[in-house]
Design a protein around this ligand. Structure first.
Ligand SMILES: NC(=O)c1ccc[n+]([C@@H]2O[C@H](COP(=O)([O-])OP(=O)(O)OC[C@H]3O[C@@H](n4cnc5c(N)ncnc54)[C@H](O)[C@@H]3O)[C@@H](O)[C@H]2O)c1
Ligand SMILES: O=C(O)[C@H](O)CO
Length: 386
């Protein structure tokens, strides 16, 4: 028998029962649910990561849908429990859904939602922030100041890397990777080399047009190149940012051998998922190459770091905050709630998960559609004509 889990209840007499495993930012998502006859239960347990048993207790005997988090293990056990409780909808409050076994969800006929688009720019901005922090040694310099060690300007003090005219490498040039590439090319006049399974024509056109603009204004133009392999990016780029999904093909994509291919003074940024880098190999590489720097938002065994990482001065490390702007986090909560609500109400699936703005307009009711259901095809769910 699972132990009871503490909750806060909204609209106790609502017809549909939806559970959110965490309190989420903003109130719009709550209002959108309760206005549509939902009894909403929000878990108020203090512990950060809920266990499968905690979530089973939250689901209980009758539950139409769950809004969950990327820290939770949504596999066979939870989808079976949700299905037994009559549920047909789950949404991660995240774009990445490597914590979800979509095949298990398909088996139980549960729709799986995610939250693309709303976090693209916010996440790219954090990747850009980490790139700058690593290039200009901001964290080391801050620690030095606070320690009272600054006793006057020196020619060699915290010398870092100039980005202008260097090459930025992007691995996984999807929504976030492309947004980051644009920021670095336009903001710092860097050349671009990218690797993705698919060509990013829009990104290429952007860099070409910006290069022509610079040239027309008497400045050095910027260039782009689509690499034929990831190794080409690693060898040529000065700053490399990782933005692929995490799956079997990207697990330990950056390993000991690949770290060795990179320039000795390169900067590596990871705002995708921790296991994309072999973190043990990375710690060793950081130790051996003091001029090599990393900016990490994600870790292989989150919330833990591999031994030795915290001691490396050439690493800038932050706790998975890439999507943490107020607007984005409130928007993620809204999209996750609307994915669950839409499935419960039998709404069709929004046609373009890259264009979710209509769901985020606070001054208008959202479209009657699920913003983004990753297994819509597998479940044969209809597409919206809106
Ligand atoms: N740190 C954070 O807080 C944070 C925030 C948002 C997203 N993310 C992560 O970023 C990922 C990307 O998000 P997105 O919205 O840009 O997704 P996206 O689907 O638009 O982009 C992912 C890209 O990776 C490419 N890709 C897949 N396998 C690859 C491989 N083997 N090699 C090279 N490229 C490959 C895809 O073709 C695609 O273009 C998410 O899946 C999530 O894990 C992290
Ligand atoms: O995948 C995601 O959305 C992030 O990791 C959290 O924003």
């Amino acid at each position: 028998m699972a132990k009871p889990v503490s909750i806060e209840v909204w609209n106790p007499n609502g017809k549909y029962r939806v559970v959110s495993t965490k309190s989420m930012p903003g109130t719009r998502w709550i209002n959108l649910l309760i206005e549509q006859d939902v009894r909403l239960e929000i878990c108020t347990e203090k512990k950060t990561i809920l266990s499968v048993d905690d979530i089973i207790a939250l689901i209980g005997d009758k539950c139409d849908g769950v809004i969950g988090q990327l820290t939770e293990d949504w596999g066979e056990t939870l989808f079976a429990a949700l299905s037994r409780a009559g549920g047909t909808a789950f949404s991660n409050m995240a774009v990445g859904y490597n914590n979800v076994d979509v095949n298990a969800a398909n088996k139980y006929g549960v729709a799986v939602g995610n939250t693309p688009g709303v976090l693209t720019e916010t996440t790219a901005e954090l990747a850009a922030s980490l790139s700058l922090a690593a290039a200009r040694r901001i964290v080391e310099a801050d620690e030095f100041m606070r320690a009272g060690l600054y006793d006057g300007w020196l020619p060699h003090l915290f010398v870092g890397n100039l980005l202008k005219g260097q090459t930025v490498g992007v691995i996984g040039a999807g929504r976030i990777g492309s947004a980051y590439a644009r920021m670095m090319v336009e903001g710092f006049k860097m050349n671009l080399i990218y690797y993705d399974l698919y060509q990013s024509t829009r990104l290429e056109k952007f860099v070409t047009a910006y290069g022509e603009f610079l040239k027309a204004n008497g400045e050095t133009p910027v260039y782009w190149k689509r690499a034929s392999s990831m190794d080409e990016v690693l060898r040529e780029a000065d700053v490399i940012s990782l933005h692929p999904v995490l799956d079997k093909t990207t697990y330990h994509l950056v390993n000991k051998e690949r770290l060795a291919m990179m320039k000795k003074e390169a900067i590596l940024i990871n705002c995708s998922r921790g296991p994309v880098i072999d973190e043990v190999a990375l710690v060793e590489h950081l130790k051996q190459n003091p001029m090599f720097r990393v900016g990490l938002d994600v870790f292989e065994d989150e919330p833990y770091m591999k031994p030795g990482l915290a001691e490396q001065k050439n690493a800038v490390i932050v706790p998975h905050i890439a999507s943490a702007s107020k607007w984005t986090r409130e928007g993620m909560a809204t999209l996750a709630a609307l994915n669950v609500l839409g499935k419960i109400k039998g709404y069709p699936i929004w046609g373009d998960p890259n264009r979710v703005e209509p769901f985020l307009n606070e001054n208008a009711p959202p479209p009657a559609a699920c913003p983004s259901i990753v297994n819509a095809k597998a479940l044969g769910l209809p597409s919206s004509k809106l």
